[in-house]
Design a protein around this ligand. Structure first.
Ligand SMILES: *[C@@H]1O[C@H](CO)[C@@H](O)[C@H](O)[C@H]1NC(C)=O
Ligand SMILES: *[C@@H]1O[C@H](CO)[C@@H](O)[C@H](O)[C@H]1NC(C)=O
Ligand SMILES: *[C@@H]1O[C@H](CO)[C@@H](O)[C@H](O)[C@H]1NC(C)=O
Length: 382
C-alpha cells in the first residue's frame, strides 16, 4: 500500500492514544531519574562527567493505593526524532507525540509510608538497554509489562549514542552519529549499567533521593541485565565485568565487544526472530563461549522491530484491516499486544530460571505460547 493511503486512513484518529501494556499481578509506577558518574568523563564530551537518564518502572503491590496517571509517551524532541521512521511506514510524522502511558500515581503520603521499610516488598532488578541510537522511551510499554510481573525495570538512555536524550531539566543531548562504533558503544553501555547498579544500591542504602520515591524496594541479590539489539550486546558485555548481575537476555541483537570471544559463566538467553541464528553468525559463536545455562528462543512472525514497543504502538492506533495487514508485512504477524505478553512471560520465567537454577519455569512458559520455541538449550532439565 502506498504510504499516503495509510496516512489518509489515519486522518480520523484521535489526538491521543493510551497504549495498553500486558497486565500482571502488580500495578506499575514510574520515576524518571538522571544520574551523574563523577568518576568518568563522558567519552563523547570530555568537558562533562558521564550522565545517564533512567525510567524506573516499579511494581506497586497494593493497587488500591493507585490513582491513574496518564503521561506522554515521548517528550517533543524525542517524538520528533521518530518522525522519519513514522513517515517511512506511511504514518504521520508527529504520531509518536500522540501516544500516552497509564501509570499508577501514588500520593506523597503513600511514598512516605514506604520509608518504614520492613513490610515494603522487595523486587528483583532488571537493567534494560535499548537498541543502537534508540531512546529508552521506545521500550516503556515493554518495561511496564515486565514490571507488572513483579520486577523493578530500569530503562537507560545512553547519551551521544541515543539520537536524542531529553533530561528533565530541559537540556537535550544529541548524538553526532555512531556509525561503525558498535564495539566501543557496547563497552560504554556496559560501564553505564554497572554505574547505575552501584548508584541504585548506594541511593537505596542511603534511604534517600531515589528509593523513597519508589513504592517498592529493590532486591539487589537478584539483578538481571537485558536489552534489545545493541542493548542486548551490552547486557552480555556487562556480565563478565560485573558479578553482581546474575544473568542476561539479548533480544534479537548481534553481539559485539570482548564478551563475544571471552564469553560468560552467567546464565544467558538469546531471544529473537525465529531465523536470527541463521542470519547472524555472532549467535552461533557466542553460543560456543557461553559457559553457564543458556538458551536460544525463537518467536515466529516477528522482525527486529517486534522486540520494541513499535508493534503495540501501531496496534493501539486501531488501523483499518487493510492498513494493519500492510503493517504486518513490516513488523511480522505476531501483533503488539501478543508480543508484550510473550516478552513479559518469557523474560519473567527466564528470570525465575536464573534465580532458582531450574529450567522448568522457562520451559513451561515457552510451552504456553504457540509462537515461541526453545531451539537450543543447555539448562539442566530439572
Ligand atoms: C558538552 O557538554 C557541554 C555542557 O553541557 C555542552 O555545552 C557542549 O555542547 C557539549 N559538547 C558536545 C560535543 O556535545
Ligand atoms: C560530528 O561529526 C563530524 C563528522 O562526522 C565531525 O566533523 C564533527 O567534528 C563532529 N562534531 C562533534 C561536536 O563531535
Ligand atoms: C541449535 O539446534 C539446531 C537443531 O538442533 C542445530 O542445528 C544448531 O546447530 C544448534 N545451534 C547451536 C548454536 O548450537
Amino acid at each position: 500500500m502506498h504510504p499516503a493511503l495509510i496516512a489518509g486512513m489515519l486522518l480520523g484518529i484521535a489526538q491521543a492514544v493510551v497504549v495498553p501494556s500486558h497486565p500482571g499481578p502488580f500495578s506499575v509506577a514510574m520515576r524518571v531519574q538522571a544520574l551523574t558518574d563523577h568518576s568518568r568523563t563522558d567519552p563523547f564530551n570530555k568537558t562533562v562527567n558521564r550522565q545517564v537518564l533512567l525510567s524506573v518502572f516499579s511494581p506497586v503491590s497494593d493497587s488500591t493505593k493507585c490513582s491513574s496517571e496518564i503521561i506522554t509517551y515521548m517528550p517533543p524532541a524525542t517524538a520528533a526524532s521518530y518522525g522519519p521512521l513514522a513517515q517511512s511506514a506511511g504514518l504521520p510524522a508527529n504520531i509518536f507525540s500522540s501516544f500516552q502511558l497509564e501509570l499508577c500515581k501514588l500520593s506523597k503520603a503513600q511514598h512516605g509510608s514506604c520509608r518504614g521499610g520492613r513490610k515494603t516488598p522487595r523486587f528483583p532488578l532488571v537493567l534494560f538497554s535499548p537498541g543502537l541510537a534508540e531512546s529508552r522511551l521506545l521500550y516503556s510499554v515493554t518495561a511496564k509489562s515486565i514490571a507488572a510481573q513483579g520486577y523493578v525495570v530500569v530503562t537507560v538512555d545512553h547519551p551521544y549514542d541515543a539520537e536524542v536524550v531529553e533530561f528533565p531539566d530541559g537540556s537535550v543531548v544529541r548524538s553526532n552519529g555512531t556509525a561503525g562504533m558498535e564495539q566501543q558503544l557496547t563497552e560504554i553501555r556496559a560501564a553505564d549499567m554497572s554505574f547505575i547498579l552501584s548508584q541504585l544500591r548506594h541511593l537505596s542504602s542511603q534511604g534517600d533521593t531515589l528509593s523513597p520515591k519508589l513504592p517498592a524496594k529493590i532486591d539487589f541479590d537478584h539483578v538481571i541485565a537485558m536489552g534489545h539489539s545493541l542493548g542486548g550486546a551490552a547486557a552480555a558485555q556487562v556480565l563478565p565485568r560485573d558479578k553482581r548481575i546474575l544473568g542476561g537476555i539479548n533480544m534479537d541483537g548481534r553481539l559485539f565487544g570482548p564478551v563475544l570471544t571471552s564469553g560468560t559463566k552467567q546464565p544467558f538467553m538469546l531471544l529473537g526472530r525465529e531465523k536470527h541464528t541463521a542470519e547472524d553468525p555472532t549467535w552461533n559463536s557466542f553460543w560456543e563461549v557461553l559457559r553457564g545455562p543458556k538458551a536460544i528462543v525463537g518467536v515466529t512472525g516477528t522482525t527486529h522491530a517486534s522486540f520494541t514497543d513499535i508493534p503495540v504502538l501501531i496496534q493501539s492506533l486501531g488501523l483499518p484491516a487493510e492498513a494493519q495487514s500492510q503493517v504486518e508485512q513490516l513488523l511480522g504477524a505476531t501483533g503488539g499486544s501478543r508480543m508484550q505478553e510473550i516478552v513479559a512471560g518469557v523474560c519473567a520465567s527466564f528470570f525465575t530460571s536464573v534465580f532458582t537454577g531450574k529450567y522448568r519455569p522457562l520451559q513451561e512458559a515457552v510451552q504456553g505460547f504457540s509462537e515461541v520455541k526453545i531451539s537450543n538449550s543447555s539448562f539442566k532439565a530439572v
